[in-house]
Structure formats: C-alpha cells, structure tokens
Design a protein around this ligand. Structure first.
Ligand SMILES: Nc1ncnc2c1ncn2[C@@H]1O[C@H](COP(=O)(O)OP(=O)(O)OP(=O)(O)O)[C@@H](O)[C@H]1O
Length: 392
C-alpha cells in the first residue's frame, strides 16, 4: 500500500474491549472449547495461534455471533453479547470479518462490495462514494472501485475484503486465516500492512492463524491454543523467551527437547527410561523461571529445551568446562547430517554416549563432514529451559 495512506488515514477510533469467561462449546460429546478465559483491552490485537483442530475458528465464530456457546459468556465493549440466556446477533455486534476465502460477492463491483455495509446503514450518494474511495486508498486499491472481483489477483481480492471489513469503522475486527491462500511474498507484505493498518485504526482485533511468524508480526499478544484451551497468552517476546509449557515450545519449534531429570539441585540429560545419565550440570545455571518449576528432593523426569541459537560448535580439543566460562555446558557430539539453507548449514548432531532421542540442531557457516568425527557443543544454559513431565 502506498505511503500516502499513512498521512491521509482518517480513521482513529477506539475499539471494544473483550471479556470471555469460562467459554465452552461442545459438539455432541466432543468439547471443542474447554473453558476459555481471557480479557482483551480496547484497541489491542490478539492472535489465536495453534495447530489444526485446536478450536481457533470455533472461538472466533463465538466472538462473531456466528455460533452460540454451550456455556460461559462473552462481553464486547462491556455489553454482554452471549451467555446461557442472552444472544446478540452478528449484525448488532459492530464487527468486521475477513475470511481465508475472501467471500466477496461476485455480482458486485469492488466499490459495491466495499460500500455494502454503509448502504445497509442508509448512506448513499457522494458521501458513500467518498467513504468507499477513501478506504480503497487505505488498502492500496485507489481507483479500482469499478472492477469486478474476478478481475483482481488473490492479494487484491483480500484487500477488498479488508476494505469491506473496515469501512463501517467496526469496534472489533475478526480475521480467520486471511493470508493462507496467498503466496509467501504476498503474505509477508500484506501481513505487515494489516498490522500497520490495525495500529493506525486503534480497533480491537482477533486474528486466527497457525503461522507463528504471522501471529507475532501482527499481534500485541498471542494466545497459543491446544485441545480447546489456551496454554499460554503473552507477548511474542515472552512466548519465545519463556515458553510456559512444553507443548508451546514444541509447536513453536523453539529447539531440541531432550529427555532429562531434575532433583532440585542438578539437571541430568538421561535416557527416557532414566537408566543412563549423559551429562549433568547445576540447575541454577538455567534461567530462573525454568528451574523454579522443580524443587524436588528426588529425581523428577522431564525435558530440557535446547534452543538452536544457544549452541556453538567448537573443536573437541578447544572445548572445556573451564573456570573462565563457568556457565558453558560442553557436550561431545557427532555430526549426522547438514542441510544448506539461507546461507548457513542447519546441522543435526547426535550427543555422544546417548540414545537417538538426544539429538540437537545447530547452525554453522561451514560444511562439516561426518568423517571429521566428534565436535563439541558449547551450550549457553541460560537459554535452556526445564519442563517437568506432566502427570498422566
Ligand atoms: N459444527 C461442528 N460439528 C462437529 N465438530 C466440529 C464442528 N465445528 C468444529 N468442530 C470440531 O471442533 C474442533 C475445533 O475446530 P476448529 O475449526 O475450531 O479448529 P481450528 O483450530 O480452527 O482448526 P483449523 O486451523 O484446521 O481451521 C475440531 O476437532 C473440529 O472437527
């Protein structure tokens, strides 16, 4: 979208706050949402992130009023819109929606699509034309109003859908995987533009995606969902730096999750059955929040997260647990394979003396051959995190 849009952006309004309490949605005996609680202040953007089937779209539909909760409540802007008794239909919730498949009306022009909500409000003539043209300009489609949607590219069609969603100045914008039909370059640019537009507008928004880069680029806060529940809700920085749950670390692919034990003082990398400890180090070396999860007198099984960026590769002879570098964990490893990507090698390494589950990935500039034998991993323990095994 052109930069002129920023200077001429006329819309600046505060959106509606969202308050969701103990929200559940059952389909027969299946619980698609199992007690969702969150509140979002007005003007904030929340991304719902999670694997397929975790309940993101179900939650979005309940916020939109396209479906009713089995129990629990939703309030928008302090007004109760859904609970056991109340139900406010979508057209009275002052919201705009953008879907994955654009959902444009093919028999209407671009301007006809964009102006539809305003015409429903009784607006017409010059004022309608001006509002539509202004919004088309905002989404980078100035002077395309007369075209048919079928005469536009996928990215342009999604801009029309965006213009249609924002033209009536909604208090809440809901996005359901809006970029997943577009190619990667377009996804990246449109993602940045939507984020900028949302910040300019000050509208509250909920954005469903299974792409963590998209979620982090657009949203102030990210809620990661699994099996109908929110596992963690925080800023993107916190999500990456302090995943609260092993499933979050796994979903975000934050690094290797190595079987380990923790006895309150020491952490040991161990075989899954606990039979053979490969290496130990003081638990205090880990980030405090990671170690704080366990204060046991006996060994508790779990996993240690080793982010790829926490690992440096050195020659075996150069690597020692020296007094100069007391908090560097040194582990001998064997190169298994390397893949060249984006100017670096992603290198898969097997820890020496450990089972197949004890492998990690690290990045190197050089090509290493298996014939070079062992290398040493220098791991920064401050970047590692401990996750105790969950009770069955
Ligand atoms: N109308 C329905 N009847 C029965 N089950 C449903 C219905 N709608 C959703 N579900 C189930 O609820 C679960 C959550 O679905 P939902 O569409 O919310 O997932 P999602 O996280 O949005 O997934 P995706 O990323 O694949 O769109 C899924 O197991 C789905 O099969």
């Amino acid at each position: 979208m052109p930069n002129t849009r920023v200077a001429s952006a006329p819309i600046s309004q505060l959106g509606a706050s969202i308050e969701v309490q103990q929200l559940k949605r059952q389909f027969g005996t299946f619980e698609a949402l199992r007690g969702i609680d969150f509140s979002l202040p007005a003007g904030r953007v929340l991304a719902l992130l999670g694997p397929s089937g975790c309940g993101k779209s179900t939650l979005l539909k309940l916020l939109a009023g396209l479906d009713r909760p089995s129990s629990g409540s939703i309030s928008l802007g302090g007004r109760l819109v859904a609970d056991a008794k109340a139900f406010v239909p979508p057209q009275q919730r002052k919201l705009g929606m953008v879907f994955q498949d654009y959902a444009l009306w093919p028999h209407m022009s671009v301007a006809g699509n964009v102006g539809f909500a305003l015409r429903m409000q009784g607006l017409g003539g010059r004022e309608l034309d001006l509002r539509v043209e202004r919004v088309l300009q905002q989404v980078g489609l100035a002077s395309m109003g007369k075209r048919a949607p079928s005469a536009l590219s996928g990215g342009q069609q999604q801009r029309v859908a965006l213009a249609r969603a924002i033209v009536a100045q909604p208090a809440l914008l809901l996005f359901d995987e809006p970029l997943s039909n577009l190619d990667r370059d377009l996804r990246e640019s449109l993602c940045g533009e939507i984020g900028q537009l949302l910040r300019e507008m000050g509208t509250t928004a909920v954005y469903v995606t299974h792409d963590h880069e998209e979620a982090c680029a657009i949203a102030d806060e990210v809620a990661v969902m699994f099996h109908g529940q929110i596992a963690q809700r925080s800023s993107a920085q916190q999500l990456w730096g302090a995943p609260a749950h092993i499933d979050v670390a796994r979903f975000l692919k934050l690094g290797a999750l190595l079987p380990a034990w923790h006895d309150g003082q020491t952490i040991g990398l161990a075989e899954a059955n606990g039979s053979h400890t490969v290496a130990t180090w003081p638990a205090a070396w880990l980030a405090p929040t990671g170690a704080a999860q366990t204060s046991a007198a006996q060994r508790v099984p779990g996993h240690v997260l080793v982010p790829e960026d926490a690992i440096r590769l050195t020659a075996v002879q150069a690597a020692t647990n020296s007094a100069q570098e007391p908090k560097a964990l040194v582990l001998p490893a064997q190169v298994v394979e390397q893949q060249y990507t984006s100017g670096r090698y992603r290198t898969r390494l097997q820890l020496v003396g450990a089972g197949p589950e004890h492998h990690v990935h690290a990045w190197t500039r050089e090509r290493l051959s298996q014939a070079q034998g062992s290398v040493a991993l220098q791991v920064d323990p401050a970047q590692m995190r401990w996750f105790a095994a969950q009770a069955a």
